[in-house]
Write a protein that binds this ligand. Structure first.
Ligand code: PMP
Length: 442
């Protein structure tokens, strides 16, 4: 038997086999329990054993397990679409369902193109992204992504779309107050749009709070308010990619709420089914639909499993469980985690600790004074990840990107149901892992 591992063929044949899971814990085939401080891949927001999801799946499977949404709809599709319209901000009222975050982004890119073509501006092609942003593994989504490591080999297949720098206050070199810096950073978008020619730009896509590349980097709200103004001024659509940060992860239902900005499109995934089924959504504002509806040829697009009734029934059930109480727990446990990480503020290898809701990022640097990154060959992040894992805590795998290399970061994104004791155990374990590696490096 041979399997292609996610991060490259034959990576580590000794990877743990997970046979069971409950609450915050993964259980291996040997009965070992691991705290899932990454909620899978920031997916399992309700923990690993929420009551009732299995019943919803079984009930739907017993009625109808598949219909093609190219012709039919089903009660869960209608119900979920109504709920998403009610939950999301502004007039983001129309939903297109697909199966992964990457597909949700692909759909947004195509919708942006269709919108401009329908309005008689077919030369608007470019989707501006940000260096180190991540929007998915498929070619359109990767073209809009600036995650250098993931792009390298596939460059010949990618669209050559322009990019601005990341919303990464820790590494910004702008001066002034956080608000002034945010305004200056967003100004990069305006400069780039002007350079490219506004008539060639279709959309700007950004993770409101960044996840997999630069964990939990988030700017002053002014940044996105400026982005909104700039997009409006130049007729560019703003796509907020909330695949990771939607559904309570940052302590509000959607991360855009922190910045008081309504995007033109919103992409959702991960927490939408809390991991029980592959499902994602692209939400679009009412105002954008009018030209699309009148167009002769628009959005000729879809996936076989779009709106699969079982996946949709799961999501329809799960979204109701993002209650104010759950979001309050996410905020409280997030604060608790960073409080528990306080000893790391004096560490000689920690440059920055960032938190929003139940999403915590720690950035490791060779020199906290200057922010100088570690030599990637030292594999500092990997050592810390492994040390924590040996102690039974799984942190979000991945690094970030500093000047083109992955950088050394750690992200904590446990289930929003996280309990106080487990939160303490996570921070204690991470502090010990960092302290051990710090000692080894000396
Ligand atoms: N957008 C963002 C912001 C993501 O974090 C991810 C996944 N990490 C994706 C898109 C891609 O989602 P998927 O892996 O489900 O295709």
């Amino acid at each position: 038997m041979s399997t292609l591992y996610k991060w490259g063929a034959g990576r580590d044949p000794d990877h743990p086999v997970i046979t069971d899971a409950y609450d915050e814990y993964l259980v291996t085939e040997d009965g070992e329990e691991i705290i899932d401080a990454a909620a899978g891949a920031a997916v399992v927001n309700l923990g690993h054993s929420p009551d009732g999801v299995d019943e919803v799946m079984a009930e739907q499977a017993s009625r109808v397990g598949y219909t093609s949404t190219s012709y039919f709809t089903s009660p869960p599709v209608d119900s979920l679409s109504e709920k998403l319209a009610a939950m999301t901000p502004g007039s983001l009222n129309t939903t297109f369902l697909s199966n992964s975050g990457s597909e949700a982004v692909e759909s947004a890119i195509k919708l942006a193109r269709d919108y401009h073509v329908a309005r008689g501006e077919p030369e608007r092609e470019a989707v501006i992204g940000r260096w180190q942003g991540y929007h998915g593994a498929t070619l359109g989504a990767l073209s809009a992504s600036g995650n250098t490591g993931r792009r390298t080999t596939y460059k010949p297949y990618l669209q050559d779309w322009p990019k601005i720098g990341p919303a990464y206050p820790y590494r910004w070199e702008y001066s002034g107050s956080p608000e002034e810096q945010a305004k200056a950073a967003a100004g990069e978008l305006e400069t780039l749009i002007k350079q490219e020619g506004p008539e060639t730009v279709a959309a700007f896509i950004a993770e409101p709070v960044s996840g997999s590349s630069i964990p939990v980097a988030h700017p002053h709200p002014r940044y996105y308010q400026e982005v909104r103004r700039i997009c409006d001024e130049y007729g560019v659509l703003f796509i907020a990619d909330e695949v990771m940060v939607g559904f309570g992860r940052t302590g509000t239902m959607f991360a855009s709420e922190h910045f008081d900005v309504v995007p033109d499109m919103l992409t959702l995934g991960k927490g939408m089914s809390a991991g029980f089924a592959p499902i994602s959504a692209t939400m679009i504002r009412d105002e954008l639909l009018e030209p699309l509806e009148d167009a002769e040829h628009s959005f000729y697009h879809g996936h076989t499993f779009s709106g699969n009734p079982i996946a949709t029934a799961v999501a329809d059930h799960v979204v109701d469980r993002y209650t104010p109480e759950l979001l309050a727990n996410a905020r409280a446990r997030g604060e608790q985690l960073v409080d528990g990480l306080a000893p790391l503020r004096d560490s000689s290898i920690v440059g920055d600790i960032r938190q929003l809701g139940l999403m915590v990022g720690v950035e490791f640097v060779a020199d906290p004074e200057t922010g100088e990154a570690f030599d990637p060959d030292l594999g500092v992040y990997k050592q810390i990840f492994e040390r924590a894992f040996e102690e039974g805590v799984y942190t979000y795998p991945g690094g970030g990107s500093v000047d083109g290399h992955r950088g050394d970061h750690l992200m904590l994104a446990p289930p929003l149901t996280l309990g106080e004791d487990v939160a303490d155990e996570i921070s204690r374990t991470v502090v010990n892992a960092v302290t051990d590696v710090e000692r080894d490096l000396e």
